[in-house]
Design a protein around this ligand. Sequence first.
Ligand code: SAH
Ligand code: SF4
Ligand code: F3S
Length: 433
Amino acid sequence: MRTYFLRSFGCQMNDHDAERIRALLEDDGLKRVESVDDADVLVYNTCTVRRSADDRLAGHLGEAARVKALDPRRLVVVAGCLPQVEREALFERFPFVDVALGPQHLRELPAALAAGRQRGYFDGEGALSGELPAHRERPFQAWVQIIAGCTNACAYCIVPTARGPERSRAPEAVLAEVLALVADGVLEVTLLGQNVNAFGNDLRGPGRPTFAGLLGSLDAIEGLRRVRFTTSHPRDLSDELVEAIASLPTVCEHIHLPAQSGSDRILAAMGRGYTRDWYLGRVQALRAAVPDIAVTTDLMVGFPGETDDDFDDTLRLVEAAGFDAAFTFVYSARPGTVAATMPEPVAAKVALERVGRLVAATQAQSLRRRSATVGSTVEVLVEGESRHGGQTRGRNRQNVTVNFAGAAKPGELVPVQVTGATSTTLRGRAATP
Ligand code: SAH
Ligand code: SF4
Ligand code: F3S
């Protein structure tokens, strides 16, 4: 039996694509192996959002080059966002790569493998990969892609180049997929898109669907317990959506709302389409409607032209917003983006110093927000055993990992009393319902 090795990088969209790659290869009769030395086909599902992602990939491809030299019949496939951006240049950088294909062309994978070592970039029909089968990691949780690509043009971002413009799936197709998943035992779905709030904007015809409307129809599905979604663009966070999160029982009390910066000057230069006041106003509206909502974010330092004052504005935004968690990034110039040609780059040393301060501020805040839940009882969807011996691990509705004393099986929803907190996790004990 032919075997494959798969390594995937990047965001949840890419993780979900990795599930599709697994399904496509396994339907094709290949078996997954954990070591490159045992694999006939090596697949790298790449991310190129920051320079560090490219560097890490180059390191991993070293192993592919090594085993390919031992047996040239092996096939090396580079999938994901990098090949879509680099196209033929990829083969010059990594001559041992046989097949490259971008996220819009996953469907071509079996044909590409059959074609074997005809090196080249595959771009067939460009079918919406939302319609492809996926190999789920856990029987009770599933990702569901509702919108592909991104039509925004944030000055720093390579994603629109890698994934093309926004294309929403038909609401009926999403509904049918979720119905089938629930019939198959799924309790929790996470709806995916670079900007889920833009769902429906590109669909024509009367009665254009909205994301809030989609949440409403999913909420009505018997047996579905939790609906999550990511990512929300602050500019497109409508009152209708706030109301949907507040009123629909299945929709979890968590929103990932990337702010990027707290400086109006930098937000404008980034082309984000909102101001700091707008952002804080949206957070206020969410908290007023959904008091226990967790707000998480992405923040970037070192965008071209960022001054000490701009950075202080970001620190002040953090203080005012009260984030439950934040991913913090140092700006990295991506060739081909608008920001890559902007003057006034921020020195690496300055950016590193800023990100250090930002991490300290956001972690202290996360700890405060987590600690405030100590003493309460939360609903946990069990995912498995905890790394802390003998304990059980799962996530609450706010998407926080909870380690607790008490036996429960993966897929069970159990009430847990929270007894302690760190900046990233909660601990507790199973409560009697
Ligand atoms: N669609 C999401 C973000 C996708 S990329 C959104 O609009 O919020 C995930 C995060 O990576 C971004 O939120 C941003 O903070 C970061 N990022 C994107 N491009 C970057 C770059 N060139 N340098 C550093 N961080 C970047
Ligand atoms: Fe990138 Fe902006 Fe689109 Fe997010 S919204 S994927 S940051 S261009
Ligand atoms: Fe990376 Fe592509 Fe996601 S560049 S962040 S894997 S959309």
